[in-house]
Design a protein around this ligand. Structure first.
Ligand SMILES: Nc1ncnc2c1ncn2[C@@H]1O[C@H](COP(=O)(O)OP(=O)(O)O)[C@@H](O)[C@H]1O
Ligand SMILES: [Mg+2]
Length: 272
């Protein structure tokens, strides 16, 4: 479990007042949960994500990952093994000169033996539909393929927690669709595993339809958590979401209007 206990974080800029990015956040992420995180620009989503593997140390409060704590310097390396991160722009994440080397890189760092590494790379490339590009330099891939490669390279290391910071925001519709299908597959695989072996997904997205993939939706506003419910419940609060610059998926926006006009609630089924 990831336990975020009363953390606050301010960026100390040269301006008079520091910018408060996280304001007394308390959250728990349990094994196998698929959590979406939404919020207007600058609400603190990326800052929160970066506290989860110790890239950022909160000025107060504590983040613990299972038995480890990001406040203990000796825990940072094991924490980074457990918490895999995928960022918005795959170009900032891809560091090697071929697709297979990219997937192998993290495994080499973990000291995985050559034979085993070869097996893992082959299996992961196949699963992510990247086998045909095995020897290609990553910069020749499309945006969607690069993001699949970034995700493949992180999953090759078998993380227990997967944090994705707006991974679809730079992709075209096909690329978004492919990435979401991969997340849905991880969720389906979880159902077959023991709780302790399940991957927890923390998925930051600006697209409300994408949040419907999650079991739980956390909404942030000005460094605070303002919703933490199932997406279906959160999206019924249309007016409150609008106030903080967010929208619900189109069916949630339209449904109340249809009901007002005398259609029955069964119209919702037509959208699904
Ligand atoms: N490196 C930084 N230096 C100064 N301020 C920052 C930095 N990164 C983020 N901020 C500020 O912290 C707040 C939260 O930012 P961020 O966590 O990136 O939000 P989000 O990911 O939700 O857009 C914003 O006001 C942003 O301007
Ligand atoms: Mg961000």
């Amino acid at each position: 479990m990831i336990n975020i206990s009363n953390i606050s974080y301010s960026y100390d800029t040269n301006q008079k007042k520091p910018i408060k990015a996280l304001d007394e956040i308390n959250l728990q992420f349990r094994e196998g949960e698929f959590i979406a995180l939404m919020g207007h620009n600058s609400s603190g989503k990326t800052t929160l994500a970066r506290t989860l593997n110790g890239l950022i140390q909160p000025q107060s409060g504590e983040v613990s990952i299972d038995e480890l704590s990001t406040t203990n310097p000796q825990d940072i390396i094991p924490i980074r093994r457990k918490v895999g991160m995928v960022f918005q722009n795959p170009d900032n994440q891809i560091i090697t000169t071929s697709v297979e080397r990219e997937v192998a890189f993290g495994l080499e760092n973990l000291g995985v033996k050559t034979e085993m590494m070869h097996q893992v790379v082959t299996a992961i490339l196949e699963r992510f539909n990247l086998t045909k590009y095995r020897k290609h330099p990553p910069h020749l891939l499309s945006g969607g393929e690069k993001q699949r490669l970034a995700l493949a390279s992180v999953l090759a290391m078998n993380p227990k927690y997967l944090v994705l910071d707006e991974p679809t925001s730079m992709l075209d519709p096909q690329g978004r669709h492919d990435l979401l299908n991969l997340l849905a597959e991880i969720k389906a695989d979880n159902a077959e595993k023991k709780t302790t072996d399940q991957i927890t997904i923390i998925f930051i997205t600006q697209f409300p339809e994408e949040a419907l993939y999650a079991d739980r939706l956390i909404v942030m506003e000005k460094g605070k958590v303002v919703f933490d419910e199932t997406p279906e419940i959160v999206f019924q609060n249309i007016a409150q979401l609008k106030k903080i610059g967010l929208e619900a998926p189109v069916e949630y926006e339209i449904l109340p209007l249809l009901v007002e006009k005398g259609f029955g609630v069964e119209v919702l089924d037509k959208f699904r």
